[in-house]
Design a binder for this molecule. Structure first.
Ligand code: PMP
Length: 415
């Protein structure tokens, strides 16, 4: 390592087997915790749940590159690349395109906090946990929240949406494209036009669907779109692409009150990402440098693969999995094939089985994560996710074999 020297006067690493002899002389009342004197251990797991998914070696290697300063010119270049990668993945030309320093929730809060002011009306489509979550976020910042509620996996017609837009006159309407708690890919066509007609911003969550199911931000008139890093993009959790179009910028940059969060304030973040046209990019917060390296690599893989190829591949592998599940006698929770999310499949809990026992068995005997439902879909489904790097027929075979084994061996839990 050229240029870096190690100071030999630094204390040597303390071995757990060699407690320091001078501890009785220490001024500290809290000793070093024993766990911290043991090396980090991380087991291998097949991450076949709704995320995070396994990270390919190429992305792991990108994240392990030496750190540079978050305000160095090379970092700005990498951030510019990320912006272009997101524009491709979202199919948008929006200048106001960035990656949040935070998980999908940071993007959810950023979207709401910046475009809605306290007291304004917000309409949320709830058909799983993500609508519930956004309704709570909007309520916490003082919005007047209206919900349209369906059972998990329910689909809202454009007529129903238009009726609610006319009734509640919201400044923003939220819909989840990939409802990962229900396994639903909600149709989006036509809703952006309805929102324009009613002077409403259209906010869409693609955390679980980006790269796996088609979405066209500009063509579908979506005003704000976000996703997460850890699903089909296959980067580690902790960064979240988001994009705002001109209509959304107009609303968020002419607001009367400051957004409740300093960290998520787009007037600062747009400068940090070089989107505000100002010559200097100023310090706002320290971005997750390694996380951005990894995100850049994941967007590069998507660009190399091609979006259409990625969508096609996810659909093919998902259909292979669905057939295999039905051959095992399992029922898919979303009946209509065209409405199933290709990245996260939901299986109706087989009658007489305890879903927790099935999942525990699969984790114990196959080192494989699958999960149960979330929020309103709890006790209704088992979720299997094959996303990005994990989206391979051989992984579908592993998941099917694990489920078949569990169905054979968890029989004792049958009612
Ligand atoms: N929206 C959807 C559709 C999701 O699946 C998730 C994550 N499971 C989130 C939002 C929240 O993302 P995160 O856990 O990265 O905060």
């Amino acid at each position: 390592m050229q240029g870096i020297t190690y100071n030999s006067s630094l204390p040597p690493m303390i071995s757990p087997l060699q407690p320091r002899l001078d501890r009785s002389m220490s001024s500290l009342t809290i000793p070093p915790p024993a766990c911290m004197l043991r090396p980090l251990e991380v087991p291998f797991r097949y991450l076949f749940g709704p995320g995070p998914s396994n990270v390919p070696p190429r992305i792991l290697a990108a994240g392990a590159r030496p750190i540079i300063g978050h305000l160095h010119p090379e970092m700005y270049e990498i951030m510019n690349d990320i912006k272009k990668g997101i524009q491709y993945a979202f199919q948008t030309q929006n200048n106001m395109t960035i990656a949040m320093s935070g998980s999908g929730h940071a993007a959810m809060e950023c979207a709401i906090f910046n475009t809605v002011e306290p007291g304004e009306s917000v309409l949320v489509a709830v058909n799983g946990i993500w609508g519930e979550r956004v309704a709570e976020i909007a309520e916490r910042m003082g919005a007047s929240v209206h919900t349209m509620v369906k059972a998990p996996g329910g689909v809202f017609t454009n007529e129903e949406i238009e009726k609610a837009l006319a009734k509640h006159k919201p400044v923003l309407f939220f819909l989840t494209h990939g409802e990962s708690s229900a396994g639903l890919a909600h149709p989006v066509d036509g809703i952006g036009d309805l929102c324009r007609k009613h002077n409403t911003l259209f906010l869409v969550d693609t955390v679980a669907s980006l790269g796996a199911a088609p979405i066209f931000m500009d063509q579908q008139n979506i005003d704000i779109l976000y996703t997460g890093s850890q699903k089909a993009l296959n980067a580690p959790p902790g960064t979240a692409p988001i994009s705002f179009n001109e209509r959304a910028c107009q609303k968020m940059f002419t607001r009367k009150t400051k957004p409740v969060s300093y960290l998520l304030d787009m007037s600062h973040l747009s400068n940090y990402w070089g989107n505000d046209g100002k010559p200097a990019r100023l310090y706002h917060h320290t971005g997750p440098v390694s996380g951005f390296f990894a995100l850049r690599e994941s967007l590069a893989i998507l660009a190399e693969t091609g979006l259409e190829e990625s969508w096609k591949h996810h659909k093919e592998v998902a259909e292979y999995l669905w057939t295999g599940l039905e051959d095992l006698g399992l029922k898919l929770f979303i009946r209509e094939k065209d409405l199933r999310l290709p990245s996260v499949t939901t299986i109706a809990i087989p009658q007489g089985y305890n879903w927790r026992e099935i999942l525990q068995y699969i984790m114990k005997h196959h080192q494989m994560e699958m999960t149960g439902g979330l929020g309103p879909s709890i006790n209704m489904v088992i979720r299997v996710g094959l996303m990005g790097y994990n989206c391979q027929k051989r992984n579908a075979d592993l998941a099917l074999a694990a489920l078949a084994d569990a169905l054979r061996n968890c029989k004792k839990s049958k009612a």
